[in-house]
Ligand binder design. Structure first.
Ligand code: CS2
Length: 467
């Protein structure tokens, strides 16, 4: 038996009263651990009939079958080295997958009266964007734009569902992005409008007038489930649960208070509703996610496998702290009273959580989608302000070096990335890739220098020099 201080929770609300009012597209590990947690606790606090239909588009049909078999219920363990909170989550009332339920099921659901909100957790690449607009050169987007196709992208599905909702003279609806991208609501709105305009300009007008796309900052470190996670659940819940998820105790959701119709009880469940989420998003994307990306690449070069191992390495720990404080926090414009030094310390403590085996190679996926907001943007702000950014340069150099070791990489631009890092001047070739860095010129020199030091003298010397 694990020696953990255990608290347990189960829904206190009436599950039988729940109706399909939220569609959650992209129901994976983060979806289970974050938005569902806030909603479930909100239902405890405020009651109501806000049931969720959990959906996936392409992969994951079997996982949804298992959830369906369990009647939508699953265990969530929020744990660290000393304590665990085990909650049985009850807000999911049905699941949908086009492969099982047919291509009409999801667009029809979006048109259904009573459905008021759509949550989206489809990761950065699911937004099919290039420079903030719909990337119509992508094959999946082109396929979805073709007449009568079954949507394979979340954006195509949204637009097809909204087209049917408009035809049914449906009520306004809110689409809430829960992905880790700056101005996620604004971006989602733009790519949705671009897609709609390419199909039917009047539909784009209707969407503009009837659909709200609030932006949000989402935060809860939730690694993919592994055997250790399943064993923890067995231990804590006393049962096997194929749908369970293990996450950290910390959870934060800052949501722009802009809904087109009724609002689910998110604030009642602990989410913060604000007029402008931008500063919170930038703080989290740069300090938490930027540090994660640094640890992922530098940590792998140092031979570590998990975030906790990497941040337990004294030189990497100090570099992570300095990166957050000296090169990320200084780029932020936060509301009065925000204590970024305390935020950085709290992040280090969260990274120390040994209960989560958060693999560095998981964070090292999809880097072409992550680096712009996490490292390029703050570097550019430091360049503009005349401030040094040696650790950001080293993080980017470690990224190059880590990519060089790989035969393949999970990333929409994978082949381009691998070809670039094998070029004679990898810093220039990588940063100059189209679709990656908006203004590479001022970044190339410092990254090239950091990469030279790293290649010639090794990681420890490069860290020493950057510190
Ligand atoms: C991580 C994030 O995989 C990654 O890129 O940085 O998933 C991170 O764990 C979450 O954003 C935490 O909220």
């Amino acid at each position: 038996m694990t020696q953990l201080a255990l608290t347990t929770e189960a829904p206190r609300y009436d599950r039988a009263a729940l109706r399909p009012r939220i569609l959650h597209i992209g129901f994976g590990a983060f979806g289970r651990a974050h938005p569902m947690w806030f909603l479930d606790r909100g239902l405890d606090a405020a009651g109501g009939d806000w049931g969720v239909v959990a959906a996936r588009l392409n992969s994951g049909a079997e996982a949804l079958d298992a959830l369906e078999t369990a009647g939508g219920r699953y265990h969530l363990a929020a744990a660290d080295g000393s304590a665990a909170l085990l909650r049985e989550v009850g807000c999911v009332i049905a699941t949908r997958h086009p492969k099982r339920d047919g291509p009409e099921a999801l667009p029809d659901l979006i048109a259904q009266p009573g459905l008021d909100v759509i949550f989206l957790t489809v990761t950065e690449k699911g937004y099919c964007q290039r420079d903030g607009r719909l990337d119509q050169s992508r094959e999946d987007v082109r396929a979805d734009l073709a007449e009568d196709s079954t949507p394979g992208t979340a954006i195509g599905l949204l637009v097809e569902g909204l087209r049917r909702r408009r035809a049914a003279q449906g009520a306004p609806i809110t689409v809430l992005s829960c992905d880790n991208i700056p101005s996620n609501g604004t971006l989602l709105r733009q790519v949705t409008l671009d897609f709609a305009a390419a199909r039917q300009p009047e539909l784009a007008d209707w969407i503009e007038a009837n659909v709200a796309f609030p932006s949000a900052m989402v935060d809860r470190i939730t690694p993919a489930m592994d055997e250790a996670g399943r064993a923890l659940i067995r231990d804590l819940a006393g049962t096997e649960d194929p749908n369970a998820i293990v996450t950290e105790p910390f959870a934060q959701w800052v949501v722009e208070d802009h809904f087109a119709g009724p609002r689910p009880p998110l604030a009642e469940g602990g989410a913060e509703l604000v007029a402008d989420v931008t500063p919170f998003e930038e703080m989290k994307l740069r300090m938490l996610n930027g540090a994660h990306s640094f640890l992922a690449h530098a940590g792998r070069l140092a031979g570590h496998e998990t975030v906790a191992e990497a941040v337990g390495d004294p030189a990497l720990r100090e570099a992570t702290r300095r990166l957050m404080l000296d090169e990320q926090a200084v780029t932020l414009d936060m509301p009065e009273g925000t204590d970024l030094a305390a935020y950085a310390e709290a992040l280090i403590a969260r990274f120390d959580n040994t209960r989560l085996r958060h693999r560095l190679d998981q964070i090292a996926q999809d880097t072409s989608q992550k680096m712009p907001q996490r490292l390029f943007e703050p570097a550019a702000l430091n360049v503009a302000a005349g401030r040094p950014w040696p650790l950001t340069a080293l993080a980017l150099a470690c990224w190059i070096a880590a990519l060089r070791d790989l035969p393949r990489v999970a990333d929409p631009l994978g082949d381009e990335l691998l070809a670039a890092v094998r070029a004679e001047d990898p810093a220039r070739a990588l940063l100059s890739l189209p679709r990656l860095c908006r203004d590479p010129a001022p970044l190339i020199g410092p990254v090239r220098d950091a990469f030279d030091t790293l290649s010639r003298r090794g990681l420890q010397a490069a860290l020493k020099e950057a510190l």
